[in-house]
Design a protein around this ligand. Sequence first.
Ligand SMILES: [Zn+2]
Ligand SMILES: [Zn+2]
Length: 123
Amino acid sequence: MTLFHCANCEHPLTGDLQESQAVEAGALLSDRHIAHPRVTQRSYTVNHDATLFILHPDDVPGTALHPDPGRRNGCCGLDGRDGPNLVCARCHAEVATKESDCWTDNLVALMAAAVVSDAGSPL
Ligand SMILES: [Zn+2]
Ligand SMILES: [Zn+2]
């Protein structure tokens, strides 16, 4: 199990997560609904160049929306195209980008450079 913390203040950003190799097929863009999450809840996957950890959108309780409305564009949700739009809930460092709009994926991408992981205690 893995817990991600803010690299700046060590505030926990996520719950305990299980690394998952398989990324579920994303919903197609022709579907006008919010896409199905790319990963199942309580799991995460690493992107191709290891700069991002891809999480389920409900697995980042320690984050808050970016205070700058210019980062929070989107028509039905957040499109994530204007830079990181989630910050650490404690120190407000930029830590992640959430995509949750009708034409984007539905995921949270934690920036590897902004977080530290804690392997947690084995069960
Ligand atoms: Zn939309
Ligand atoms: Zn922080």
